[in-house]
Design a protein around this ligand. Structure first.
Ligand SMILES: NC(=O)c1ccc[n+]([C@@H]2O[C@H](COP(=O)([O-])OP(=O)(O)OC[C@H]3O[C@@H](n4cnc5c(N)ncnc54)[C@H](OP(=O)(O)O)[C@@H]3O)[C@@H](O)[C@H]2O)c1
Length: 282
């Protein structure tokens, strides 16, 4: 039911593809889940067919993610784990490597599937060292793939000057109320796949009357319409729910055909940022 996407790393020098790995295009975000909630939600989601879990050191639940994976009956290699280097930890080369090892220890895993810089490091002069350490994390096998999150077009452009290996993914807020065609294009232009977070605008838009009308015409819920819209842009998406029924509802969004409603979805655009937006920072 869930498609996969091939994510790849591009050589910054000559633009050649270095190697590629396959990841699911839909998964469970676990931000704002406490440990028990996180564990039970992941086990439930895996039983329903989810195979991608998005966590971060900042969420404080990497340990629970690891426990859930071990307690599930799904082999580790069939599950794709994303975690992120906390912004306050993105200060330099050694710290980045150390924090990646700490995430692995908390997860209790041998490798991460995709390790992301959570947001452009606040110290601009540290960005090169942090990324070089991310490359090292991948070379020494701590993670299978590396990427960024909340990088704007200018941050991505700058990476061409200091990266040896370009990111495979840029995780950014994307939903019908913040469609971001330019940033999605800038992401693809650097060889990365857009990964859309907060497809429901952190739940702030699930009662929007305009999407309700679209959803009624399609025969799905508003949440399903929003998630499927993000998915149909070609992005990977990771709605969060700790409600067992909604975990199923969100996965089932992939079964709906939303074609024919392009104009109605385009009219929802309102540059709506649901929380933070580091993409516009220097
Ligand atoms: N890289 C970053 O900076 C960044 C930032 C934000 C998020 N993320 C990632 O993206 C994931 C998803 O984003 P998000 O957590 O911000 O928000 P979201 O997925 O847009 O929305 C989650 C909210 O919507 C509710 N919800 C979920 N499914 C629903 C449904 N079918 N009907 C009605 N309400 C529903 C959830 O409540 P219930 O749990 O009660 O269902 C929760 O309050 C995060 O968990 C995290 O992994 C990354």
């Amino acid at each position: 039911m869930v498609d996969s996407v091939t994510i790849g790393h591009t050589d910054a020098e000559d633009g050649s593809k270095l190697f590629e790995i396959v990841m699911p295009r839909f998964g469970l975000g676990v931000w704002q889940m406490d440990k028990n909630e996180c564990k039970s939600s992941i086990i439930h989601a895996l039983n329903q067919g989810y195979r991608l879990i998005d966590t971060a050191t900042a969420y404080g639940n990497e340990e629970a993610v690891g426990e859930a994976i071990r307690e599930s009956s799904i082999p580790r290699e069939e599950i794709f784990i994303v975690t992120k280097l906390r912004r306050v930890h993105a200060t330099g080369y050694d710290e980045t490597l150390q924090r990646c090892r700490e995430s692995l220890a908390l997860l209790g895993l041998d490798y991460i599937d995709l390790y992301l810089v959570h947001a452009p490091p606040e110290d601009i002069s540290a960005r090169e060292d942090v990324w070089n350490a991310m490359e090292e994390c991948m070379k020494i096998g701590l993670t299978r793939a590396i990427g960024v999150s909340n990088y704007g077009a200018a941050h991505l452009r700058d990476m061409r000057d200091y990266a040896t290996i370009l990111p495979s993914v840029n995780q950014i807020e994307i939903h019908p109320w913040l469609q971001r065609p330019e940033l999605r294009k800038a992401t693809i232009d650097i060889g990365a796949i857009p990964m859309g977070y907060s497809p429901l605008a952190r739940g702030q838009k699930v009662n929007d009357v305009n999407i309700e009308k679209i959803a009624n015409s399609i025969g799905c819920t508003s949440a399903q319409a929003a998630i499927k819209w993000v998915y149909d842009t070609g992005a990977i998406t990771i709605p969060k729910s700790s409600n067992p029924n909604r975990i199923i509802e969100n996965l089932q969004s992939l079964n709906f055909d939303i074609s024919g409603f392009e104009k109605e979805f385009n009219l929802l655009e309102e540059s709506y940022i649901s929380g933070w937006d580091p993409t516009t920072e220097p």
